[in-house]
Design a protein around this ligand. Sequence first.
Ligand code: NIG
Ligand code: FE
Length: 411
Amino acid sequence: MKRVLIKNIGILQTPVGSYSHGGSLQGENLKLRDAAIFAVDGIIEEITSEGKLPLGSEKADEVIDAGGALVTPGLVDGHTHMVFGGYRQHEIPMKIKGATYLDILRAGGGILDTVRKTREASEEDLVSKTEGFLDEMMSWGVTTCEAKSGYGLDFDNEIKLLKVIKTLNEKHAMDVAATFMGPHAVPDEYKGRGDAFIEMICEKMLPYIKDNNLAEFADIFTEDSVFDYDQSKRYLECAKELGFKLKIHADEIKAIGGSKLAGEMGAVSAEHLISINEEGLKSMAKGGTTAMCLPATSFYLGVDFAPARKMVEMGIPVAAASDFNPGSCPSMNLQFVMNLACIKYRLLPEEVLTAVTVNPACAIGMGEKVGTLEVGKQADMVIWNAPDMEMLCYRFGSNMAKAVIKKGKIV
Ligand code: NIG
Ligand code: FE
């Protein structure tokens, strides 16, 4: 048995509950002053405030002094594509000279370029590369994340990526939720035959992944020149039938019905949503779908920001994630995402905290265990080099995490 006391917390700030927080709940945080947390074997046993210490804390095996700082739940990055071969820095001059994201993809580059490099990489190489990313993410305060496949695009390579995610979830301190994203692009061998590619995925890949418990979620890139509304619907129906929970990359560049479909099909989340229209917003609000907004991608692509403020007003739970990937967002810095969520989305600091903790935790099926600091949940938290959340939304570019604690251990 390992007993840990985290004491001298100036402000302990956390959302409460194991459900997605929409509307006015988005901004509801519990704030305790002079708080302490007592954890036994990585699980929170008691939280106190006003200088009181938890019962039995004098017997703690380890005492961590927060030095009067702000403590929040460990951050949750609900959307990443972190398993990939190579990088795509060669796209930088192409972009500066005017090529758009879809121009590069249509010319056989972009995602397809990463697919070629990922197919060449061994499972072991991908495990060690991705392990380095997980270490870096943790240093920014992230203690739970999601990872999507989607750079294999054939049976063997997609399974290879899902196995990498499974291995890392078991071996790394980070909790990693797996999403299958076979329909991320149409691979060269199916060029012009998107329907046939979707059928192959429905017949061969999805059942195998389900039988072998390799992913809990199924995602698709519903986008102009990638997968259209009908192809997306067909894929999501197959996935739903097999028991996958649904996610959609929707309205990133053009609104072709992705967010509308997400609401109609009861998807857990729709992601990106830069170009979402009124019909999509209404459908998501009705379907109880979380908006997984990715402001660092808007920043990097130099495009608009999703209407997250409006989503909150409409009662749609908003999450903010990194989208870490080699093309549209080569950064995993969730603290920068928090700055952007405040400055560009116009979310208040309390709403931002909900967007990077409990809402993404629920959207990746981890809401019962992580995303808030409450008795019975994992002792995952960040001690910040900051007295309050306002400071975290205000300072940008520096790493403000002083100590990152996963299941009661400093990592
Ligand atoms: O979420 N939009 C589709 N997928 C990723 C980008 C993948 C890539 O460019 O490699 C995204 O932005
Ligand atoms: Fe993405």
